[in-house]
Design a protein around this ligand. Sequence first.
Ligand code: ATP
Ligand code: MG
Length: 594
Amino acid sequence: MQDYKSHQVLDCVLECVTAPDKQQLDGIQHFLEKQYPDCEIYITLVNNPKIVSGFILRAGNEEYDWSQAGRQKLLEDTLNSMDVSGRNTISSQKGIISILHGRLDDVEIKSKEVGHVSQVGDGIVYIYGIEHAMYGEVILFENGLQGMVQDIRIDEIGCILLGSDNGIEEGMKAVRTERMAGIPVGNAYIGRVVNALGAPIDGKEGIAASDYRPIEQPAPGILDRKSVSTPLETGILSIDSMFPIGRGQRELIIGDRQTGKTSIAIDTILNQKDKNVICIYVAIGQKASTVSKLVNTLEKHGAMSYTIVMSATASDPASLQYIAPYSGTAMAEYFMYRGHDVLIVYDDLSKHAVAYRALSLLMERSPGREAYPGDVFYLHSRLLERSSRLKDELGGGSITALPIVETQAGDVSAYIPTNVISITDGQIFLESDLFFSGMRPAVNVGLSVSRVGGAAQTKAMKKAAGSIRIDLAQYRETEVFTQFSSDLDEATKQQLLYGRGLMELLKQPLCKPLSLHEQVITLSAANQKLLLDIPVEKIKEFQKGMLVYVEQHYPGIVDEIEQMHMLSDSLAQRIAEAVQEYKSQVVKPDGQPA
Ligand code: ATP
Ligand code: MG
């Protein structure tokens, strides 16, 4: 309600089809006097045949829509009660009953605040006349388009349009909804491709939502959380063994363009099959063709049955690219608060920051470092803080986030990379040099880290991985020093051989995630130096054969790893024997195939 000063003149307009009689007019006058007790009220009658029946009453910039359409809308809103803020347009049951009986007296109606468009361009609209909008509130335009309040000034508010600005013109009516921007969510979304507003874009039927969640939501507090202890297996040997990711963790995937960032995220999604994890892939500012290719890959491997793809492509307005990761997280939260584990991929946050920079510059916010606005850190921290593992009393659900950031020429010290590195619990750094030398996935062992570490690893994996990280670091160092010398002592030669073998084992083709037992057997064999006599170029082939052999002839080993998640000394011994047995069948002592 506006605070009109005492004895201010309040001009009211009453739009109707048939002019009210004396009694009705008195009723309206009485109603207005009650609403604005200190104002002098003047009512002007305007004939408007479009409203069919009833009337629209405008007092200042507030509007009471009592036309046929307005009443219908009011009733629907109340009955659906889709209001996230918990407030209804009509505050009591009595109100509904009165509407049903078409009575105006004792109806507790709330007015709508109405403003008009003063300027529009590049997806930003300024509106005058609305004086009480909240930050993040949805504004509804006359043509049905929605906007989200992002800028509140003394005399006008700025909105980003959630759609194209075609059709918005100066002077157009804009109405407050008192509802924070949100999206419909629900189980029905699983398996679908949607846009940032939750509308399907896969050409299939509409989606029946079961709830509605605001896109911006405070992150769970400290007391609501539990420490990260359950692994989220990526199926990628180099990651699971050295940089394990836990459910509820945020692990950044960072690297130059075309270094396999998306591939790591997709492989991780593929590996969640039958693992009770719901996956959400949020594509921000990508080409539509890239997203479509990715959906095909997911479909081909049966991963769409537990995945939601949310896409705001490069051709979508910056506003949609800006809200996409928040919408995706709202969707993820729906599942997390119901006790599910969720994996969410943001591909990628560099483009997200660029979209936000575009909006900020258009809204005349002052540019800072690299022309990003001052709150670009908060942009990502408030997003990634929402990933967490909830304590058991709250259902024990989790959101694991894999944000992706693109670097320019390997520069991790640029603005967005340093920001996101400092927010996340570790990063997987992908390097172009490694990628082009054939080491794929191109994980840089020295610069990658997972701050959750061994807490998110099974005991079997922890033991099997042993010291491979240090071994690899030593290998890389030794390799640099020995590049030009041919005269090496035996120990160094062995170390180089071992390191080369390890690097070879860590290579992994696309869409071929390794299960826990495959990883443990591979690492255990390498750790026990059983692969030293295999020529480097034959190692991948040998690994493949070895895994099949163990699975076929020693199912006990596989079962023990998968069920007990432990690698006892005796089990390691049995793995060694099985591998030796396989080796004796396929390789001669000189390393040549038998
Ligand atoms: P962009 O910067 O364009 O988003 P990106 O870093 O996400 O690229 P991807 O699209 O994942 O990189 O991969 C780039 C190319 O490298 C793709 O053609 C992909 O097939 C190939 N690639 C990625 N990982 C592997 C791998 N492990 N083995 C073989 N090829 C791979
Ligand atoms: Mg990519």
